[in-house]
Design a protein around this ligand. Structure first.
Ligand SMILES: CC(C)(COP(=O)(O)OP(=O)(O)OC[C@H]1O[C@@H](n2cnc3c(N)ncnc32)[C@H](O)[C@@H]1OP(=O)(O)O)[C@@H](O)C(=O)NCCC(=O)NCCS
Length: 169
């Protein structure tokens, strides 16, 4: 998907507002996942999104979506973002993003999707990376809840002491 960055997309510095890019990423993730699943999909999560270089108003943004990994009902989409300076004829890669979408049935419940068949070496590596990311996300949630439980059980003096150190409780 390509879109021209108009002044309506500008932030206070005159560059493109990050949220404008996030909205486009969400649309591309929807098309990518829904095309693969053959079903309506909803956004479950955005992986980390880093903006490596600002996108200028007047540039043409290109987003290329593909599927890294598919679980039983979820699709991990990868979106590569490029900014084209249409006057200079130059294009630069500005970021990559992973968005997990979940296929939904008529009752709004997650519904099974086709199996992803990884054929090339690159596809196999991306599949395995995607599967690992899914596992890491689960561990991250468990670890975060465990940390929250520990922090909430501490008194203020312990919290202050901990803030002076780099160590986890
Ligand atoms: C995403 C959603 C459908 C998941 O529903 P759920 O009942 O929690 O689903 P389940 O626990 O059965 O998980 C279903 C799949 O979603 C995945 N999933 C659920 N929550 C997830 C999350 N936060 N991040 C990534 N994947 C997630 C699960 O890993 C599972 O994948 P799999 O079937 O491929 O193994 C539900 O949380 C939802 O409707 N969220 C709101 C979506 C939305 O409105 N998005 C737009 C925001 S404006």
């Amino acid at each position: 998907m390509s879109e021209l960055m108009t002044p309506g997309n500008a932030n206070f510095l005159g560059k493109v507002f990050g949220g404008a890019i996030l909205a486009l990423l969400d649309k591309v993730a929807y098309v990518t996942a829904s095309r693969f699943a053959g079903k309506i999909c909803v956004t479950a999560s955005f992986d980390r999104v880093d903006f490596h270089s600002p996108i200028e108003v007047g540039e043409l943004v290109h987003m290329v979506g593909s599927v890294d990994f598919a679980g039983r009902t979820s699709v991990q989409t990868r979106i590569e973002v490029y900014a084209e300076n249409i006057h200079e004829g130059t294009t630069r890669h500005t970021n990559s993003c992973i968005v997990t979408m979940v296929a939904i049935d008529d009752d709004g419940k997650p519904t099974p999707i086709p199996q992803l068949i990884a054929e090339t070496r690159e596809e196999k590596i991306r599949f395995l990376q995607g599967r690992a990311r899914k596992e890491w996300a689960k561990t991250h949630v468990t670890d975060s809840l465990e940390l929250l439980g520990k922090l909430e059980s501490m008194d203020d003096a312990e919290l202050d002491r901990l803030m002076q150190s780099d160590l986890r409780p």
